[in-house]
Design a protein around this ligand. Structure first.
Ligand code: AMP
Length: 194
């Protein structure tokens, strides 16, 4: 099973990807997680990406395309994978098409998790507040509202067009992300097996 999870920040892509990796026995490929780990390890790529990510902007396509291409060659991706947070732009989607063709792989589906933008800001800000509280209350969640809004704008402008891109290929399955985690998982599984 080779799938892409598409949806705005806070829609639950990461949560669902983690559940689906268990269900299907395939890895989650999260470019956000890989970049965060590069930042934690202070690699040159991490150092270059940090400022961009802190603003809620996108790191350059070449960087993430390289990460994904390398990751797809790993043995654990042979039975399939769940792409979470990639592609995020049309050029990234085109690069992915080329990579998959070269590697002799084919996508099974693109799951679009839909969500109400107003609820998303609240969800992400609450998540930041909980994380801050858990780590000693250092960060103020309010500081993040502008960044969250920027991430949602970036999604609308650069990533949402991917729904049309993949719809034209007959790959899109839309799922309502405003249900419980369990209901969203069940809906995704039904959509993938249709
Ligand atoms: P995420 O964890 O998927 O929300 O990603 C967190 C941040 O990492 C994003 O706001 C971007 O700055 C960066 N990022 C993750 N994936 C990509 C991607 N495919 N293209 C560009 N930037 C990305």
């Amino acid at each position: 099973m080779r799938i892409i999870l598409l949806g705005p920040p806070g829609a639950g892509k990461g949560t669902q990807a983690k559940i689906l990796t268990e269900a299907y026995g395939i890895p989650q490929l999260s470019t956000g997680d890989i970049l965060r780990s590069a930042i934690a390890q202070q690699t040159p790529m991490g150092l270059a990406a940090k400022e961009i990510m802190d603003r809620g902007d996108l790191v350059p396509d070449e960087v993430v395309n390289g990460i994904v291409s390398e990751r797809l060659d790993a043995d654990d991706c042979k039975p399939g994978f769940i792409l979470d947070g990639f592609p995020r732009t049309i050029p990234q989607a085109e690069a992915l098409d080329e990579m998959l063709e070269e590697k002799g792989m084919k996508l099974d589906g693109v799951v679009e998790i839909t969500a109400d933008p107003d609820v998303l800001v609240e969800r992400i800000v609450n998540r930041a507040r909980e994380t801050a509280a858990a780590s000693g209350g250092a960060a103020r969640a309010d500081d993040n509202v502008d960044v969250v809004r920027n991430r949602l704008n970036v999604y609308r402008e650069l990533t949402e067009p991917l729904v049309g891109y993949y719809r034209d290929k007959g790959l899109v399955k839309s799922v309502d992300g405003m249900q419980s985690v369990e209901e969203v998982t069940a809906a995704i599984r039904r959509a993938l097996h249709n």
